[in-house]
Design a protein around this ligand. Structure first.
Ligand SMILES: NC(=O)c1ccc[n+]([C@@H]2O[C@H](COP(=O)([O-])OP(=O)(O)OC[C@H]3O[C@@H](n4cnc5c(N)ncnc54)[C@H](O)[C@@H]3O)[C@@H](O)[C@H]2O)c1
Length: 318
């Protein structure tokens, strides 16, 4: 009998958080770590393995490996990125593209050589362009996605949860579009405890209703509140997002998450191929259905802006 196997590619701040979160979930019996800085993959694996003697921990096999080891992986999470000297990480995610493009090509070439069945979950930025590039390889389209605006959506629910003093999980809401400056909230489908956004003032008259533009700005800024205080690193919440997706696929949960996926011109009518975040049903077959929700005029405008921004980035790769 086989256990569930996870491969993590890129063991920096994000990859090591993915590892720590994955271990806590107890979903995986085997975890392989791949990073060109062999000593980093080895050390992260060893550090986690040392906790294996504690009564709270399951006896999981964790080791530094190579691409041959992804052949029987169920889930592959990619958090590889160019390492900037002196930690001078560009704040604009798009500025990571030049350095990360060859890294993603190298990773995809290696993955397709060994498997066609693992769910690929990309974290590497710029998220949407990266998934567009990954989708250019001979790999099942339904088995690749980027966490995209999943993290932005969690920030949105957290922000509104604090504002209305309710559990963020009581809020059904998501961000769509670009994982970046052009992410936008879809207020036309947002509910708090089933109450539509525009009716919230009836229930919470003391709380002024923020405009969609104000919410967008606050959510986009939230990433930088972490980035600026943690010296260019945001690692914990995105790691949890990636593992939530992994769990959803492994348990065939059919949850709906906003994730970045390849989009054709027949979806939302933008000519040519692109990739951006839309709510998707995720299950054992990966991305099982994209929910192309009806958008209001402001949201259509913002989606067009997001597509333009991502297209500009994609054009730099051609
Ligand atoms: N999508 C999101 O919501 C989100 C959130 C946070 C961070 N990120 C992104 O996650 C990525 C990782 O960030 P980080 O803070 O962990 O960076 P980091 O610099 O700490 O780690 C990057 C790791 O990737 C490894 N790497 C480099 N080239 C590689 C290759 N060819 N194959 C495999 N591994 C390789 C490096 O050796 C390093 O260990 C970045 O692109 C960052 O922008 C995305």
């Amino acid at each position: 009998m086989r256990t569930q196997k996870l491969a993590i590619i890129g063991l920096g701040h994000v990859g090591s958080s993915v590892l720590a979160t994955a271990v806590q979930t107890e979903l995986f019996g085997e975890i392989v770590l791949i990073d060109p800085r062999d000593h980093v993959a080895f050390g992260e694996g060893l550090d986690q393995t040392h906790a294996g003697g504690l009564l709270s921990r399951k006896n999981i096999t964790i080791y530094a490996g190579s691409y041959g080891d992804v052949a029987d992986a169920n889930i592959i999470i990619i958090a590889a990125t160019h390492v900037y000297p002196n930690g001078e990480i560009p704040a604009d995610r798009q500025d990571l593209l030049t350095e990360n493009l060859p890294i993603i090509h190298e990773i995809m070439k290696n993955i397709v050589r060994h498997t066609q069945t693992a769910m690929l979950i990309f974290i590497t930025n710029p998220a949407d362009t990266i998934i567009h590039i990954a989708a250019s390889y001979d790999y099942p389209r339904n088995l690749l996605l980027s966490t995209g605006t999943m993290l932005d959506s969690s920030r949105l629910r957290q922000l509104l949860g604090q504002r209305y003093q309710v559990d963020p999980k009581a809020i059904s809401a998501y961000m769509m579009g670009e994982h970046g400056y052009a992410a936008f909230p879809v207020l036309s489908h947002l509910t708090i405890g089933g109450i539509a956004y525009e009716q919230l003032s009836d229930y919470f008259p003391e709380i002024p209703l923020l405009t969609a533009e104000e919410i967008k700005e606050k959510v986009v800024q939230a990433a930088y509140d972490v980035f600026e205080t943690k010296n260019g690193v945001t690692n914990v919440a995105v790691a949890q997002s990636a593992i939530d997706i992994a769990r959803c696929v492994l348990l065939d949960e059919k949850s709906i998450y906003p994730v970045s996926v390849p989009m054709s011109e027949y979806e939302y009518g933008f000519s040519g191929r692109c990739a951006y975040s839309v709510p998707c049903i995720l299950g054992k077959d990966g991305v099982e259905k994209k929910l192309l929700v009806t958008l209001n005029e402001w949201e259509k405008e913002k989606l067009a802006e997001a597509v333009t921004s991502i297209r500009h980035s994609i054009a730099l790769t051609e």
